[in-house]
Design a protein around this ligand. Structure first.
Ligand code: ATP
Length: 367
């Protein structure tokens, strides 16, 4: 296994900057997820590690080796693709053993090794089948087996679970998590599914428009999102965000918006600095930190937000209660309740001050 370092890596396609001045260090044994919306540069970053794209500028190291311009076959890397990329004319045994064949291993030895990996992945009984004769989940495991059959320094995954149905996807995710703990592999995993990143990663690199906007362990990204972009990308449903008027008076921070009541907060130095010359901030509260405040109770809860009920969705053990405000902004709470609320009824949601996130006018987190 080996570490990976990006030093000022930029990738342009013509004039278009797909990845911009990337500086990232991935430690030996880390499972890093590149998370972000479509087109943010995740796959391009992964392909540069594999050697399938050459950086326009910057330097890339795997271990102590400068691999910036090294041919893919000289990189000791295995890659699992979104579409599995199995050879349709080969049975599973030959598909899985292929990386050993190109490296000149004898047939008996490579088939024994392929069988060993296939057994771990619970596809050992399918070795004579062709890829067209197995299910999507089995194809996914075949492609994983092919990546694992030969020891690599780094394993790369490009949305390997995206073609699976919801149930198989969860199962495969658990399996990958187990494998990572078992093998301690250095892996880079591309996904636009925040739940997958949270479940698998030792660190998550959240990308937006070719840049990494936060690089931290999953719980740090969840608890302290660096920007409103990260806040609205991580979490299910994502964090509620609301523009508020802010002012400092009597040594406290006062936040104001229509039908919102927030108790005065202590004034952090960063907030005071952000408020120089303007009065707008963004208030954030996660859906799981909201509760329904009933009539009398509303007065006892320090912070509240009101609106008309827009949707009330059953999720099994819990509900998603969404209220709509006069400016059409919506606020969603994830709560346990048996209450039946009429559509358009006025709903008041409560939250405690410790669950408030604040962001400056440019969207950067205020500590
Ligand atoms: P997705 O989740 O949709 O795969 P992504 O985050 O992986 O998206 P990339 O595939 O890395 O995004 O693409 C980043 C940007 O670079 C996109 O705008 C894409 O259109 C552009 N791009 C990628 N490859 C090329 C190419 N060969 N030529 C020109 N533009 C490209």
């Amino acid at each position: 296994m080996a570490s990976i370092r990006f030093k000022g890596i930029t990738k342009k396609f013509g004039e278009f900057v797909a990845v911009s001045d990337l500086n990232l260090e991935m430690n030996d044994g880390e499972f890093v997820c590149l998370l972000g919306p479509s087109g943010c540069g995740k796959t391009t970053t992964l392909r540069m590690i594999a050697g399938l794209e050459t950086p326009t500028s910057g330097q890339m190291l795997i271990g102590d080796r400068d691999v910036t311009f090294l041919h893919p076959k000289d990189r000791k890397i295995s890659m699992v693709f979104q579409d599995y990329a199995l050879y349709p004319h080969m049975n599973l045994a030959d598909n899985i053993a292929y990386p050993l064949k190109v490296r000149g291993e004898a047939e008996a030895k490579r088939h024994a090794r392929a069988r060993e990996v296939a057994d771990v992945l619970k596809i050992g009984h399918l070795m004579e089948r062709m890829p067209s004769q197995i299910s999507g989940g089995q194809q996914q495991r075949t492609s994983l087996a092919r990546a694992l059959v030969y020891p690599s320094e780094v394993y790369l995954f490009d949305e390997p679970l995206s073609n699976l149905d919801a149930k198989l996807r969860l199962e495969a995710r658990g399996f990958l998590n187990h494998l990572q703990r078992d093998m301690g592999m250095t892996a880079v995993y591309v996904t636009h599914d925040q739940a997958e990143a949270m479940a698998l990663a030792t660190r998550v690199a959240v990308m937006d428009a070719g840049k990494v906007v936060q690089y931290a362990p999953p719980m740090e990204v969840y608890r302290r999102p660096a920007t409103t972009f990260v806040a609205s990308f991580v979490g299910s449903p994502p964090m509620n965000l609301l523009p508020v008027e802010a002012m400092i008076a009597d040594g406290a921070l006062h936040l104001k918006a229509e039908r919102v009541s927030v108790a005065p907060l202590p004034v952090a130095r960063s907030v005071a600095a952000a408020l120089k010359g303007n009065s707008k901030l963004t208030l954030g509260v996660r859906p799981e930190h909201l509760s329904i405040a009933h009539g009398g109770e509303a007065n006892a809860i320090s912070n509240t937000i009101s609106g008309q009920l827009f949707a009330n969705e059953n999720m099994g053990p819990e509900k998603l209660v969404t209220l709509e405000r006069d400016d059409a902004a919506r606020f969603t709470a994830r709560i346990f309740t048996d209450d039946v609320i009429a559509l358009d009824a006025t709903v008041t949601l409560g939250f405690s001050s410790e669950h408030i996130h604040l962001f400056d006018p440019a969207g950067a987190r205020l500590p």
